[in-house]
Design a protein around this ligand. Structure first.
Ligand code: GLA
Length: 723
């Protein structure tokens, strides 16, 4: 559906707003009471189709009010609202009733700003709507403004509420834990509420701020899917509820748990953006839309890619963490760098251990000077060596943290989040700095700027290895301390933005002990993410599958590490490990100085092959052909360049049972009339498979694997190039 223009219209007679973009229409209007009511969200309607005025739904007997039953765009808690409110406030006089009615609107690029106001008090809410012309993905957010003379406490503020008509639906959402992120859950939407959230101060490994709701028997390839992603890296909540009349609402924004934002007269609170989209072609279609939107509209650009439609594919990196852990030093890193360069690596990244008195995880966080024992001449000799070997250099930092055993903590014990007189709970022997404080913000920005100014650094791996406890902010009046939930994350974003502006070529990875801070908020400022500390190549297949429902393979860093794997003690071949990681943005994280000549040659060959097809893999249209989930014996993915000139296929056997052959892979998304040449990257096609055949042949007849493609942890990959 791409190529269709966006349009945004308002019919003054019916008071109906209509947004069209890609294959999507989104319609809402002002009803007879003045409430802003959702009317339609789904496939694009005819340009001449007109909607009648919105009519509030009636009450259901005397128990469910019209106010509750009507799918409001942004309902204030008041007037007998029993569903999840978008906004809940408390006034200084004890009044907590808030009823928002339409006030005015202004046209904005591809959308509107619609202003609502409480029926009697000067609380104004500006709802922002913008639809992407290509994907039809909507960006929605709200600004809450107190134009009264007294302070008002915002107790709950959503970015947006989405509504679907009464029906039978399933919900998809992602959950996990450290080393076990990206589990895709699929369950029916039932009456009551399903809450997915983080109360941790950051996005969290345990749930991710993304959802997809599918109608009836929708699957990977067919049917209607409504999806959304919240762009916020602090505590968040998305509530999916089927209401008393079987309609579905999805409300998401700041997590109301322990929330309270005091708006003084004249102050405003801006919510995060909640993106929402619709696809008519299943969960696969939904994720392809989201991937393209992320590449084109969310991910930052560097000086080198400024103004370009797409960010550049990630350099193939080497990272020292699993090889050395904290035992980094000049000679050891140089030896790794030499070997990395010989493999064809583009970027060498030194991980944890280079700074302060950092010998293990007990000390050093907060002291961002180079450890003179490990690097007696500073970082320059290592960086120069890495450059001389033809790679650029990246460095690990964990800016928001402090070890109590550090000079920083000894000097500023009050900088860590804490409640005075209460214990400070350590995790991994560290505390979280209160980044909401202006002095802490200045310190963090200052040392990062200094490191980037004094050293030729192309990349920061920005880590964040614990969640919050005792989130006090004693400098503020008691009633205002909960601002920390908003200001911390805002300062994080503003530091990232300022660093990128001052150092426009630097690229940044968002890591949080793996995938603990992955969301569309942080991805506006970071070029890639670390999905999981779990680098087991078999576990990664399922994790990567789950990850791609919400996020593009471009940002999905995947390292090849040593076998047997430290977590599962599983032994796998280097070819299998390489192909598992080649499904995303490839890195090597093994102790490569110990690799045999044969292993070195295999990695070198596959890195070279990866370089040839990487753009297709990370920026193409992804088809999840066979899911690795639910104990599947096999899995397979295929990506196709948007211009259909190249496609890459990956096939994995988890463990052959009863001698079963790998299923025929009916390829997708090719040009049926064009001829494609099949080239193996690893493994073989079945004897008799044509080297050249039409897109129609590969899609209808399909691709068969060699009959000897059997066993445990086997992998094959192929490239198809249009002739
Ligand atoms: C986290 C990261 C790892 C590594 C360590 C270093 O766990 O996810 O990749 O950087 O910290 O301490």
């Amino acid at each position: 559906m791409s190529g269709q223009a966006a349009s945004a219209s308002f019919d003054a007679g019916t008071k109906v707003f209509r947004l069209d973009g890609g294959g999507v229409s989104y319609v809402f209007g002002v009803n007879q009471k003045g409430e802003l009511q959702q009317l339609y969200w789904g496939g694009r309607l005819g340009a001449a189709d007109a909607f009648p005025s919105a009519r509030a739904l009636p009450e259901w007997a005397s128990f469910d009010s019209s106010y509750s039953n009507t799918p409001q765009e942004y309902a204030g808690w008041g007037a007998g609202l029993f569903n999840e409110p978008a906004l809940k406030v408390s006034f200084a006089d004890g009044n907590r009733d808030l009823v928002l009615h339409y006030e005015s609107h202004t046209a904005q690029p591809n959308g509107f700003d619609v202003v609502l106001k409480d029926i009697s008090r000067p609380i104004f809410v500006t709802l922002h709507y913008a639809i992407d012309p290509e994907s039809g993905i909507l960006a929605r957010s709200a600004i809450i403004e107190n134009r009264g003379a007294e302070a008002v406490t915002v107790e709950q503020a959503a970015a947006a509420a989405w509504a679907l008509p009464a029906g039978r639906y399933s919900l998809n959402y992602l959950t996990g834990r450290w080393a076990g992120e990206w589990t895709l859950n699929q369950e029916p939407v039932l009456h009551g509420a399903r809450v997915i959230e983080s109360r941790r101060g950051s996005t969290g490994h345990q749930a991710n701020p993304w959802f997809a709701i599918q109608a009836g028997d929708t699957n990977e390839d067919h049917g209607s899917v409504w999806f959304g992603a919240l762009a916020w890296s602090g505590s968040w909540r998305i509530t999916v509820e089927q209401d008393q009349l079987d309609a579905v609402r999805v409300t998401g924004g700041f997590n109301p748990f322990d929330f309270g934002f005091v708006l003084h007269p004249g102050e405003r609170l801006e919510t995060p953006v909640f993106y929402g989209g619709y696809a008519a072609n299943g969960l696969g279609g939904a994720s392809r839309l989201l991937h393209r939107f992320e590449l084109e509209h969310i991910l930052p650009r560097t000086a080198a890619t400024a103004g370009q439609a797409l960010p550049k594919p990630r350099p193939v990196i080497y990272n020292s963490w699993e090889a050395t852990e904290f035992n980094v030093n000049e000679a050891g890193q140089m030896a790794l760098a030499e070997k990395a360069a010989a493999l064809g690596i583009d970027r060498f990244v030194m991980d944890d251990g280079w700074f302060g008195q950092r010998k293990d995880d007990h000390a050093g966080l907060g002291d961002w000077y180079v450890n003179a024992e490990k690097f007696p001449h500073g970082l320059k000799p290592l960086i120069d060596k890495v450059h001389a070997l033809g790679m650029d250099f990246g460095l690990w930092v964990e800016p928001e943290m402090v070890n109590p055993d550090s000079d920083l903590y000894r000097k500023h014990p009050d900088w860590a989040l804490h409640f005075p007189g209460r214990p400070e709970s350590e995790q991994r022997n560290q505390l979280v700095l209160n980044l909401a404080r202006p002095d802490v913000r200045a310190y963090v920005l200052g040392f990062l700027d200094k490191i980037l100014t004094e050293n030729d650094i192309a990349f920061l791996k920005w880590d964040y290895n614990r969640n919050w406890s005792e989130p006090g902010w004693e400098q503020l009046p008691a009633a205002e301390q909960k601002r920390v939930y908003v200001e911390f994350t805002r300062n994080l974003y503003s530091i990232l933005a300022e660093l990128r502006q001052k150092h426009p070529n630097v690229e940044i990875e968002s890591c949080s002990g793996g995938g603990g801070r992955v969301d569309l908020g942080i991805l506006r400022y970071t070029d890639e993410v670390w999905p999981s500390d779990n680098t087991d190549p078999f576990d990664r297949l399922t994790q990567q599958d789950g990850f791609t429902y919400a996020y593009s393979p471009q940002v999905m860093m995947a390292w090849v590490t040593d076998s047997p794997h430290w977590l599962n003690k599983r032994t796998t071949s280097l070819e299998y490990r390489m192909l598992s990681s080649m499904q995303g943005s490839l890195g090597i994280g093994a102790n490569i100085t110990k690799w045999s000549d044969e292993e070195t040659a295999t990695a070198k060959r596959l890195i070279a092959a990866y370089h040839q097809v990487q753009t297709t893999i990370v920026q193409g249209n992804l088809y999840r052909l066979i899911s690795p989930r639910n104990g599947s014996e096999f899995s397979a993915t295929q990506t196709v360049r948007p211009d259909k000139s190249q496609s890459v296929v990956f096939a994995f056997i988890h463990s052959t049972q009863e001698g079963r052959l790998f299923p025929t892979l009916k390829l997708r998304g090719l040009d049926p009339a064009a001829e494609y040449t099949l080239t193996p990257i690893q493994g073989k096609a079945r004897m008799g498979t044509p080297e050249v055949a039409s897109g129609a042949w590969w899609m209808n007849h399909g691709l068969d694997m060699d009959t000897e493609f059997r066993g445990d942890f086997q992998a094959a990959a192929f490239r198809l190039n249009r002739k």
